[in-house]
Design a protein around this ligand. Structure first.
Ligand code: IVH
Length: 678
């Protein structure tokens, strides 16, 4: 028996090594045949001796046919995104800011900006424990089963010296060749092709069947190590170490000491990127020294120590057939260019945004013009200029519409704003848009109402506002049907059977459990996005307190300025909004922070009073939130009631003295994580 176990371990080690040589180093040393023989032997042994099963065995890389729903997992460290720059002068601004803040010598690491989707991998004791997508940056989908099938991701690390537990982040990409082959297969099978390798990678990683994922040849480049006890204090050196542990860390990164060197790096890759086997959409510049990174800190969604430089977008010329006008959820009217279809960055473009009246006037865009169209990343293509040489002799200047194309109201323009708006908040797109926003994933997450069903309910007059959803009855729904015409011109029939109706009602009913912060986001107060809604909910704790808050109280909250405060006050001053909130309250939605039940992760800190002081590897607000999530209470000053002080770097000397004099325990960030994990 012992011999069997030994043989299994040897085979696993060998297979993982060959896997690494093939997929990470691109230097296989054995034939495919020999690899397959070893693989089969291991598979056979694992089948025969199930007690030696291991989720990180190389045999698990083929995935499983069992469909899984993704569990939502909270990131230990939020997954931030990057601010973009587009030219040398913006990069110079970034460097100036960094230099000013640090007032010390610093160097940068320049890396490629891989165009895929980011994942965070957690390793414990040298083995892959978990893989989570970015999601909203705070929590994402647990895609571990799918990630195990990505051959270049080590399931067990090589060498040694890694921290007991750490995270490593990177980008899952689909190489261009794989993408092209996949699309040919899809078209042959009558399926819609993916627009670009990034969408293909993202669609693949979110498939529920990992055996299918395994067949798609995804790759993964790692670029960011996080955790306690990292091997080095330099980002660059940490990556070199991570490479030794078996991660695919491309050799493209380069240390730079000045904006000139950064620009040089950019120029090289702007020219060279088309010969890479995968897509990149820019480069990333990071301050190398970790303590300098901490010193610079982070904003709500992006670090201050890094920035992206985006390559100029691809551009084509085509004819502008006509201009139409779209009314959005907030009433903003957007002019849209209907174009002679043209290929651009891998997709066919038929429509592009013209932004607003000012922009149209500035460019003097006219129907019949030949225009330049650009596409940057995932964003909707835009018209960026007119070719004057190709303007027809009989062309006439464009007049922006004066009345709403949906409801006929005269359009208005707020002072200082570029957009013309339909002032009628009963205008159908606004009404539908508000409901769509309300049910969206990050708001109430009622996905049983998606895919055109809401459209039907609206058109049949059953739903005129979000509170109507909670009064829907089964008998009103069963048997409803409607033919919808999609944007692509295709028609499809939506019909409500018993099952659909029941599903829908169950989804609506379940949504009353959604926590207050998301309800607050869902009701659609202007300028109150997810992050702001969260901050408001945590500060004011209930809708009633928020409704009564003065402008001063509102602006006292971090990141809330006068614009947002004004919008919040305006929202609560309107009778119709108050009436709607009243009806939602009656439907049972949460309008207070439920400190006890929801969001509670454990009782590890039950009854403990904690003082947080100093600088941490994550924003201090997040630390405080964690304390609450685990049952603890935050207070500002140390007293004999304090159970412990959670000290980051640079804890204030006064606090230190006081804690010591009162014999209050001081714990580190690392110890804190251990405490709440236990
Ligand atoms: S670092 C806190 N490095 O770009 C820093 N990101 O626009 C987090 N990306 O969400 C990111 N290549 O998905 C970093 N070499 C690289 C990258 C990279 C691609 C992606 C990543 C991130 C997005 C930000």
């Amino acid at each position: 028996m012992e011999q069997t176990e030994q043989r299994i371990n040897t085979l696993r080690r060998e297979l993982e090594r060959h896997n690494y040589l093939y997929y990470v180093q691109s230097q296989p040393v054995i034939s495919d045949y020999d690899y397959d023989m070893m693989f089969k032997e291991l598979e056979q042994l694992e089948k025969q001796y199930p007690m030696y099963a291991d989720p990180n065995s190389p045999t698990q890389r083929v995935g499983s046919d069992v469909n899984v729903e993704f569990r939502q997992v909270k990131h230990q460290y939020p997954m931030l995104s990057l601010d973009n720059t587009y030219n040398e002068s913006e990069l110079a601004d970034f460097d100036a800011r960094v230099s000013k803040e640090l007032a010390a010598a610093h160097r940068y690491v320049c890396e490629l900006k891989y165009d895929g989707l980011s994942v965070s991998l957690t390793y414990r004791n040298g083995e892959l424990l978990r893989a989570v997508t970015r999601g909203d940056g705070i929590q994402g989908d647990d895609v571990t089963a799918n990630v195990r099938t990505v051959r270049s991701i080590p399931l067990k690390l090589h060498g040694g010296g890694w921290p007991e537990e750490f995270e490593i982040r990177g980008e899952i990409v689909m190489p261009r060749q794989v993408f092209e082959k996949l699309n040919i297969e899809r078209i042959e099978a009558g399926e819609a092709p993916f627009a670009n390798p990034r969408n293909a990678a993202s669609g693949t990683l979110k498939m529920q069947n990992s055996a299918q994922v395994a067949k798609r040849s995804l790759d993964c480049f790692l670029y960011f190590l996080l955790g306690e006890n990292l091997p080095a204090t330099s980002h660059y050196e940490n990556l070199q170490k991570a490479r030794e542990w078996g991660f695919k860390i491309p050799f493209y990164a380069s240390l730079c000491n000045s904006v000139e060197e950064i620009t040089q790096f950019i120029a090289e890759w702007d020219a060279g990127r088309r010969s890479l086997p995968f897509d990149i959409d820019g480069i990333v510049v990071k301050v190398d020294d970790l303590s300098q990174q901490r010193q610079l800190g982070v904003r709500a969604k992006s670090p201050r120590w890094a920035v992206a430089y985006k390559f100029p977008a691809e551009r084509v010329e085509t004819r502008l057939d006509s201009i139409s006008y779209q009314v959005g959820r907030t009433g903003v009217v957007t002019p849209v260019a209907n174009l002679e279809p043209v290929r651009l960055a891998g997709t066919t473009v038929k429509r592009a945004t013209l932004h607003n009246a000012d922009q149209m006037q500035l460019l003097d865009i006219r129907e019949g013009d030949t225009v330049f169209v650009e596409k940057g990343g995932e964003i909707i293509p835009k018209v960026i200029g007119v070719n004057p040489d190709k303007r027809p002799a009989d062309s006439v200047p464009t007049q922006f519409i004066t009345h709403c194309p949906e409801c006929g109201s005269a359009l208005l323009r707020n002072e200082g704003e570029a957009a013309w708006c339909c002032p009628n908040d009963r205008c159908p797109p606004q009404v539908k848009g508000r409901i769509e926003h309300f049910i969206s994933r990050k708001a109430m997450n009622i996905d049983s109402l998606g895919e055109g069903k809401l459209e039907v309910l609206y058109d049949k007059g059953l739903v005129r506002d979000v509170a109507d959803l909670y009064g829907l009855r089964r008998e009103q729904l069963v048997g409803l049907e409607k033919i919808l015409t999609g944007e692509d011109g295709n028609r499809r029939k939506i019909a409500f059977g018993q099952r659909t109706a029941e599903n829908m009602l169950a989804g609506i009913k379940a949504s009353v459990q959604v926590p207050f912060e998301r309800v607050l986001y869902a009701v659609g107060i202007r300028f109150v996005g997810e992050t702001i809604a969260r901050k408001l909910a945590r500060s004011f704790k209930s809708i009633d307190a928020l409704a009564e808050a003065t402008c001063e109280q509102l602006t006292a909250v971090d990141e809330i300025g006068e614009r947002i405060a004004g919008s919040v006050a305006d929202f609560f001053s309107r009778e119709d909004n108050l009436a709607l909130l009243q009806r939602l309250k009656q439907a049972g939605l949460r309008f207070t922070v439920d400190e006890d039940a929801r969001g509670r992760k454990s009782d590890a800190l039950q009854g403990k009073t904690v003082v947080v002081s100093g600088v941490f590897s994550i924003p201090r607000d997040d630390i405080k939130k964690m304390i609450e999530e685990h049952g603890g209470k935050n207070t500002g000053s140390i007293s004999s009631n304090t159970d412990f002080v959670l000290a980051g770097e640079k804890m204030g000397p006064e606090k230190l003295k006081k804690a010591e004099s009162l014999h209050i325990p001081i714990i580190s960030e690392e110890e804190f994580y251990k405490l709440i994990e236990s």
